[in-house]
Design a protein around this ligand. Structure first.
Ligand code: MCA
Ligand code: AMP
Length: 490
């Protein structure tokens, strides 16, 4: 039994989603997802974990399709709407998905070679009338694959079961006291945990209301804030940076009052600078609750809902999540103030990396998942110090692999050697910097490099600063540490 689907049926005529003024009830979502599930099943009794991709704007169709896939026994693969051809090719070949549920926005791309041999199911074209018997799904079955970047060039598929998802939601419902009366604006992308679990499925699990705004846009959000009484807000630090920038430019009393009245404002996906925490508190009186999570584990650490929230810290273990720090030899660290790697255990932890049994094996030690994040504990609160790999960059809340960008750059004949690094940035957390040596002193600038990369890579992976190091001796870049290369940018 998929608990989120069973529970939400009870909320019947209550409003689940608000999309462009339209109110969609829980019953609407269930009827539409039953119809989609019936369509997907065709003559089968169960899809038995057929992987089905989703390329749908963040509105009610997204939930209809996601729940439809789950109800039919499939695995949902929510894909980024801004993914480029190369990225899509990787996701589709890795998952071996043969069907994609999409919307008419993608009609123009039908002839793209990426979609060769793929059945594109345009939701608008379906005449959904027939309801079939739906299978019963055990909680241990695979439910979702999300792509996340790591220390390999291509993103890895993180496979979660229904039980993983249920546990991730239950933890947040308990810790942050989600309730039926809550109302949340949703503007984060729906191919990552932050958007899917924290902003969308946790409130729905409790019968709350989600206003879907598509993406983050200050003026759109402001209008909705004024019109509604939102109670909960969750965002990445870049969003708070933008909010502060906008509110400082124009002292919008009514809007500030709305933020003031919320019961909970949260930040995560990247480090929230204590300076932003302080500015937001001065502006709105709200103490942002910072928490820590990862695609593989959902949320693991959080400042308390009731109790002291410490700027610069990510709090304490969430309910039913086991957390420990280990040193390089694998020994547990029990002394406060000593840094080590964060390890996580619990029912929220993902099942496997798709098609990568070795990588999966190496990511665990005695059933503990190794996050690669380094932290220490001070007065019982965890503080994230960074990551053990310099090749992982966090920008605007997105995780980016330096190696993926380097691979793209090296396909350019004008580039002989390159190194991609994350450069500290107040707004984005980090921005992408590229140091490179050209082939035979060729002319190359940031604009040309961005154009080159944008053929294959999503916008947020584009280099934002470039340093040409043509005076370096041949083949010497690989011998310089990335830390050193980073210092060249200052
Ligand atoms: C865009 N721009 C950038 C970047 N991205 N510049 C530097 N670095 C970047 N990363 C530029 C664009 O080119 C554009 O420039 C301008 O900034 C505005 O771009 P736009 O895309 O419109 O920005 P935005 O709409 O303001 O979006 C920023 C955003 C968005 C809201 C922070 O990136 C976002 O939704 N991020 C959240 C990602 C997320 O959900 N991550 C969670 C994964 P110009 O103006 O010159 O054209 S982590 C997770 O799920 C774990 C489990 C967890 O812990 O939560
Ligand atoms: P992702 O793999 O995209 O889910 O990103 C997960 C990573 O985001 C974690 O491994 C951390 O490195 C980082 N992260 C998430 N929340 C925080 C936070 N509050 N502070 C610092 N880093 C964070």
């Amino acid at each position: 039994m998929i608990e989120i689907l069973e529970r939400t049926k009870e909320f019947k005529a209550e409003t689940a989603l608000v999309v462009e003024e339209k109110e969609i009830t829980y019953s609407d979502l269930h009827l539409q997802s039953d119809l989609i599930a019936s369509y997907l099943l065709n003559n089968k009794e169960d899809l038995y974990e057929e992987p089905i991709a989703l390329l749908i704007e963040p509105d009610e169709r997204y939930i209809n399709a996601l729940w439809g896939i789950w109800k039919a026994g499939g695995i949902a693969i929510p894909l980024s709407l801004s993914a480029k051809q190369d990225e899509l090719e990787h996701f589709l070949s890795d998952t071996r998905a043969k069907r994609i549920i999409c919307s008419k926005t993608y009609r123009n791309n039908v002839n793209s070679s990426v979609f060769k041999n793929i059945d594109l199911i345009f939701l608008e074209d379906l005449e959904l009338k027939e309801l079939k018997n739906l299978p019963s799904i055990e909680t241990e079955r695979k439910a979702m694959i999300l792509y996340t970047s790591g220390t390999t060039s291509k993103p890895k598929g993180v496979v979660s079961t229904h039980e993983n998802i249920r546990s991730q939601i239950a933890t947040l419902v308990e810790a942050w006291q989600w309730k039926k009366e809550d109302h949340i604006p949703l503007f984060l992308p729906l191919h990552h945990i932050h958007g899917i679990i924290n902003s969308l499925l946790s409130p729905l699990y409790q019968g709350a209301k989600v206003t879907m705004l598509g993406s983050f846009n200050f003026s759109r959000l402001s209008k909705e804030m004024i019109k509604n009484d939102f109670s909960v807000f969750t965002a990445v630090p870049t969003v708070y940076f933008s909010l502060i920038e906008n509110l400082e430019k124009n002292n919008h009393r009514e809007l500030i009052e709305k933020f003031k009245n919320m019961r909970l404002m949260m930040s995560g996906s990247a480090a929230l600078a204590p300076e932003i925490h302080k500015k937001w508190k001065n502006l709105t009186g709200q103490e942002i609750l910072e928490r820590y999570g990862m695609t593989e584990i959902g949320m693991a650490l959080s400042n308390p809902y009731i109790g002291k929230r410490k700027p610069g810290f990510v709090g304490v273990p969430l309910p039913k999540v086991e957390v420990r720090l280990e040193d390089e030899t694998g020994k547990e660290i029990s002394t406060e103030g000593v840094a080590g790697e964060i390890l996580i255990k619990g029912p929220q932890v993902f099942k496997e990396y798709l098609n990568q049994p070795q990588k999966t094996l190496e990511s665990f030690t005695n059933s503990w998942f190794k996050t690669g994040d380094i932290a220490l504990i001070e007065d019982g609160y965890y503080k994230i110090l960074g990551r053990d790999s310099i090749d992982i960059i966090k920008s605007g809340g997105y995780k980016i692999s330096a190696l993926e960008i380097e691979d793209t750059l090296l396909k350019n004949q004008k580039i002989r050697e390159c190194a991609v690094i994350g450069l500290d940035d107040d707004k984005w957390g980090e921005i992408i910097g590229v140091a490179l040596v050209t082939t035979d002193n060729k002319d190359l600038d940031l604009d040309e490099i961005q154009k080159w990369c944008s053929k294959d890579l999503s916008d947020y992976k584009l280099p934002r600063r470039v340093l040409i190091l043509d005076n370096l001796p041949k083949n010497s870049m690989g011998k310089i540490t990335k830390k050193k290369i980073k210092s060249f940018f200052n």
